[in-house]
Write a protein that binds this ligand. Structure first.
Ligand SMILES: NC(=O)c1ccc[n+]([C@@H]2O[C@H](COP(=O)([O-])OP(=O)(O)OC[C@H]3O[C@@H](n4cnc5c(N)ncnc54)[C@H](OP(=O)(O)O)[C@@H]3O)[C@@H](O)[C@H]2O)c1
Length: 436
């Protein structure tokens, strides 16, 4: 567990860093794994319960190893993870979502999950240098209210004190890392806002919901409605965090030894895009991207609930999948309608600052324009981005369609289910044989 350099067993084959990515099939986990396996000197262990959606990585790189493991199962975790003795960097991008977010049970379950993993890995991984934890901006608020509707937007920074109301499993995870790592291994915690990315294993994936909704509206010729409160429609309420930005930030904090060489106390960083948006500003543009009708003046409705309107649309999604020859997906694995209903009726504002990471020189914020209305010009066929610190997507050259920040907006949303998991493969419209 020493923070100092120790001899790496992989040294002979050029591998210098060995990542264990927990939640490798999730929103950020997928991007991080793709990013690291393309880097020289990195080997990646990716951990999740379901292996079926990893072909883009494991078929292409001998440096990627998927490890199927239910982290809530202590003996299975010990058995499978204690073998990973060469791990140098841990990325904790997972969580147990069975219980209500602010419940005692949720805290207990998430603590057990991380405890199981740390117990299996930390004593054996003698060259472990850094543990990177992902929590979120919910660190700064209690979901239990009371919420002051009239309050001015406050921009949370990393020094804001914890909220003492309710239970927050983020605090439990941070405390567990403190308990286990301080004095031994460096660690950092990253707090994204609303994550923007693609995954079928994600409970809170608003992009999946929006894209399925847009696709169904197009198929049935329904109006593309924003169902939520006027305040959420007209005001900036939440930060967006592009999954690639967050993945880059994890790498930056984990590999920038200057950041943590003097202390194992743990550092916290907000992981947000920066410029914010209102749904009102971008809704018409989104509708155009999906090719659906946005009725001027009635695009927003307080009476519209996605969970009610979409409840009977499972068969419609099946029809779309069959008609377009998409990879088999169930609507409920891509879209969480209850989450959209809550998100668009969020009773508080959750906005943060990027000052700390910017000040410390994290130059990996090329994605600040995600969902920025200025870039969502409906007339643009393609949007060009200011990649200050470019991410190397050359290995994706052969894909038919560009993968960039706006990929999902630019494309016909019908490709969604393929893009989610088979992005680096060329035959976007064919069932991928690796799924069967
Ligand atoms: N989603 C958001 O918009 C958002 C925003 C801000 C912060 N966050 C925070 O970011 C953290 C990660 O959430 P996320 O939404 O990014 O993750 P996610 O996309 O939901 O991914 C979860 C990952 O964990 C795996 N997993 C779940 N239970 C597991 C278990 N028992 N054993 C092994 N693997 C398991 C999942 O794969 P399997 O299901 O196949 O196991 C999946 O790979 C959480 O703390 C979350 O609160 C999320």
């Amino acid at each position: 567990m020493a923070a100092q350099e120790t001899e790496n067993p992989e040294a002979g084959n050029g591998i210098e860093h060995v990542a264990a990515i927990f939640g490798v099939t999730g929103l950020v986990g997928k991007v991080l794994a793709r990013e690291l396996v393309t880097k020289p000197k990195w080997k990646v262990y990716g951990i999740a319960r379901n292996p079926e959606i990893m072909p883009p990585i494991d078929q292409r790189s001998s440096n990627f190893h998927f490890i199927q493991c239910d982290l809530l199962n202590r003996s299975e975790t010990e058995e499978r993870l204690s073998l990973l003795q060469d791990v140098t960097h841990v990325f904790w991008l997972t969580w147990a979502s069975q219980y209500q977010l602010d419940s005692v049970e949720c805290c207990e379950q998430n603590k057990a999950m991380m405890s199981n993993a740390l117990d299996a890995i930390v004593p054996k991984a003698k060259a472990l240098k850094h543990v990177s934890l992902q929590t979120g901006m919910k660190h700064y608020v209690s979901l239990q209210g009371p919420f002051d509707d009239e309050a001015e937007a406050r921009y949370y920074d990393e020094d804001c004190p914890r909220v003492d109301k309710g239970c927050n499993f983020y605090y439990v995870l941070e405390d567990l890392l403190k308990e286990r790592l301080v004095g031994k291994v460096a660690w950092s915690v990253h707090r994204p806002g609303l994550l923007i990315g693609g995954s079928r294993r994600t409970v809170y994936n608003f992009m999946g919901g929006l894209c399925v909704f847009g696709t169904i509206c197009k198929h049935l010729n329904l109006p593309f409605v924003f169902g939520g409160t006027k305040r959420c429609w007209e005001e900036t309420c939440i930060d967006g965090s592009d999954a690639r930005l967050v993945a880059q930030q994890h790498i930056w904090a984990a590999t920038n030894v200057d950041l943590y060489s003097h202390s194992t106390d743990g550092q916290s960083y907000n992981a947000i895009n920066g410029p914010s948006f209102t749904w009102k500003e971008i809704w018409t543009a989104l509708g155009e991207k999906f090719g659906v009708e946005v009725v001027h003046g009635s695009a927003f409705s307080e009476e519209f609930w996605y969970s009610k309107s979409m409840a009977d649309k499972k068969e419609v999604w099946k029809e779309i999948v069959a008609e377009k020859g998409l990879v088999q997906t169930e609507m409920e694995n891509l879209a969480n309608w209850e989450f959209l209903d809550v998100l668009f009726r969020c009773p508080f504002k959750l906005l943060g600052t990027r000052n700390k990471v910017d000040r410390l020189g994290n130059s990996c914020n090329p994605l600040a324009d995600t969902l920025n209305p200025k870039c969502l010009s409906v007339k643009q066929k393609r949007v060009h981005f200011r990649y200050k610190h470019s991410i190397d997507y050359r290995h994706m050259k052969e894909i038919v369609l560009p993968y960039d920040v706006f990929a999902w907006w630019q494309l016909d949303a019908i490709f969604l289910s393929l893009l989610l998991d088979y992005l680096p493969f060329p035959n976007l419209c064919k069932e991928n044989p690796t799924t069967s």
